[in-house]
Design a protein around this ligand. Structure first.
Ligand code: ATP
Length: 641
């Protein structure tokens, strides 16, 4: 199946990502945009060469025009074009300076354009791919993680990488070009003095290495703290209603303050190191500059130190001093690059963690699309646990195509979990789930999920119109089909009364609708999808009994044509089912029609008595069993905390 993924190197399997995630990301996502990077690089070098011209021209001007120590000569400039009169030579120098400045400015434009487009494209491809991989991960991954943390990977971390790619690669080249260009010119002018000028470079490299070692863990903890803070903010905005109804504003303010303080602390720990590093660089390069000044100055005065011989003209000295000064900037920039590299590495590591994870539920390499003929469903010796404690224990049953099966049982018995195994939201630890005799793990998840309509108790609506939400998943549905599905789900009646009908915006997560209205839109969505197998997980629990009766009458028609599972607490919802499975503590304890189960006088019959108000005739053991069960559920919950 095509993932629509951009430029991925086939050798670049995420699991094989090495120690340097930035390099891997660059290789995987940068190749398709390397033309922009190359033009950025070319302009960087050209711009740098133009930047070196002024110091050279000034030195030559001093020696040739002001001191008349040597003839006016510039590299790459034929003698024939240089004027002979000193005043003309001065004008010529100024002309060269202005031209170099203008061309340098043009090159800088090209440099920034190339690198920016490159970085932005990498950022886009990386974000889309990271999102795509994230959404393919199994539900267990998401339940174990906080939304804000994942958002921070997709936003902050991807942005940190972009900023590194946009600035740092160009800057690195800029430094290399500067040092190489200056080095070549200086060596041509005076080799021994060049050695003196370059003296601080190894010292700076050692200092920088030390810095990276110390700062790395601190940047990592900053990225983690940002994730924490985002999670808290995201969670609070999502739960704003509870915060208000519980009057918990002060409590939440303190918790946000706590996370912000942790973030502040982590940031300051890194800032302390960073602000020591930069002045440290300046001191080393400043001292180096002073040494060059001292050695060169004495040399011009005719007293070269350190056993040096030969002469140094004042103009050459000026060129040296200016270039030595120009070393300071690349080196300060080097600091920035190293700093931004360390940040980007921490960010890339987090992006890689998401990308390198294999989904627990994935298509088998030879998976074929599922074609449902009959719609028969078999659970064969199925067991499943979210953690250590099994939630589904050795469940086996077979359902014929077209049957309607009620699934009931006490809260926490595992009803929802059992049916989430059917569309492979999770895979069983033992046993197999089969549709028309084929194990669901052998077919593509896309075809499987297209064949199964799953309506949950708390359906999610996306920000958008009623129409968009009903057509979600069946994106090419016509307006008529959307309306027809809404009629079948008994939603059309209320949608028509909304201010803009099917164009009404439902608000984020559907907050502008009631719980029952949201459920009806979710039902309509599933009816439009027209799946071969239907799972209704408390799908009508939020509507009143009268509305439920209307929906059921319409649903019966829909359900008659397909295999249907109905999870319900209200037993009236399932009494007409072909068959009812009673689940208790992860096991099917009863299986039969409503009448069979009443006659069996077991758990189902007890539930029925509770719901029909016949509590007096409940066996005394029922309440004891119920209490014991509930405390087990409570204990189970506490264990998970
Ligand atoms: N994502 C999850 N991660 C860990 N445990 C879970 C998860 N979802 C459910 N559980 C646990 O699995 C058990 C069964 O839950 P499930 O939702 O399947 O029960 P249920 O019978 O549908 O309950 P209810 O009738 O209350 O909806 C419960 O103990 C629950 O705490």
């Amino acid at each position: 199946m095509s993932t629509g993924r951009p430029v991925v190197d086939p050798d670049e399997q995420p699991g094989s990502w090495g120690d340097n995630p930035i390099w891997r990301i660059y290789r995987t996502y940068g190749r398709g945009s390397s033309g922009y990077a190359l033009s950025g690089a070319a302009f960087t070098v050209v711009g740098r060469l133009f930047g070196l011209v002024p110091a050279l021209v000034i030195g030559v001007t001093v020696d040739a025009i002001f001191l008349a120590e040597r003839p006016y000569r510039l590299p790459f400039v034929p003698e024939s074009v240089v004027p002979t009169a000193p005043a003309d030579q001065l004008l010529f120098s100024i002309g060269v300076l202005v031209t170099a400045t203008l061309l340098g400015a043009l090159a800088s434009w090209g440099e920034n354009w190339g690198w920016s487009v490159f970085a932005q494209r990498v950022q886009r491809d990386l974000r889309v791919d990271a999102y795509d991989r994230l959404q393919r991960l199994d539900l267990a991954y998401f339940s174990g993680r906080r939304t804000g943390d994942l958002m921070s990977v997709l936003n902050n971390d991807v942005n940190a990488l972009e900023s590194f790619l946009e600035n740092a690669l160009g800057a690195t080249l800029w430094i290399v070009a500067t040092i190489a260009g200056i080095g070549v010119i200086l060596v041509g002018l005076n080799l021994p003095l060049t050695a003196v000028t370059l003296l601080p470079v190894p010292l700076l490299a050692a200092f920088t290495l030390l810095f990276t070692r110390v700062i790395e863990p601190r940047y990592l903890s900053i990225r983690e703290e940002i994730g924490d803070l985002n999670s808290r903010l995201e969670n609070n905005v999502g739960g704003i209603e509870v915060i208000k109804t519980e009057g918990a504003e002060a409590y939440e303010r303190d918790r946000v303050a706590e996370s912000s303080t942790e973030y502040l602390r982590a940031t300051l720990a890194a800032v302390r190191i960073r602000i020591t590093y930069f002045p440290g660089l300046s001191v080393i390069s400043g001292l180096g500059f002073a040494v060059t000044f001292l050695v060169g100055g004495l040399w011009v005065l005719g007293r070269p130190p350190l056993g040096l011989t030969g002469t140094l003209s004042p103009g050459e000295f000026v060129t040296f001093v200016i270039y030595a000064q120009q070393f300071v900037w690349p080196i300060v920039r080097l600091g920035n690059i190293v700093d931004s590299y360390e940040r980007a590495k921490a960010a890339a590591g987090r992006v890689r963690d998401v990308m390198a994870r294999d989904p627990a539920v994935d298509d088998a390499p030879d998976a074929e699309p599922l074609v449902v003929a009959d719609g028969a469903v078999v659970f064969d010796g199925v067991s499943f646990a979210y953690g250590d404690e099994p939630v589904i224990r050795d469940v086996s049953f077979a359902v014929d195509g077209g049957e309607t099966v009620g699934v009931v049982g006490p809260t926490g018995a595992g009803k929802s979990t059992l049916l989430k195994l059917l569309p492979r939201l999770y895979d069983p630890d033992e046993g197999a789930v089969r549709v028309d005799g084929t194990d669901v793990r052998e077919v593509t998840t896309r075809s499987l999920r297209r064949s199964i309509g799953y309506v949950s108790q708390e359906p999610f609506l996306f920000f958008g119109s009623v129409r968009d939400n009903v057509a979600y998943g069946t994106f090419d549905a016509s307006d008529e089909a959307v309306e027809e599905a809404a009629r079948r789900a008994h939603a059309h009646e209320f949608v028509e009364r909304l201010p803009d009908g099917y164009d009404t915006l439902v608000g984020e997560r559907g907050v502008k609708l009631s719980g029952g209205q949201r459920q009806r839109l979710a039902l309509a969505r599933t009816m439009l999808k027209d799946p071969a197998i239907l799972v209704l997980d408390e799908a009508t629990s939020a509507v009143d009994t009268e509305t439920e009766a209307i929906i059921r009458a319409r649903l019966d028609e829909f359900a008659a044509e397909r295999t249907t599972f109905v999870i319900a607490h209200r037993l009236s919802t399932v009494r007409d089912a072909d068959r009812v499975l009673v689940l208790d503590d992860g096991r099917v304890v009863e299986d039969g029609t409503h009448e069979d189960l009443l006659a069996a006088d077991g758990l189902y019959a007890d539930f029925w008595r509770v719901q029909t108000g016949d509590i007096a005739s409940l066996p005394p053991a029922f309440l004891e069993r119920a209490l014991a069960r509930q405390s087990e559920v409570a204990l189970g919950d506490a264990d998970e905390d």
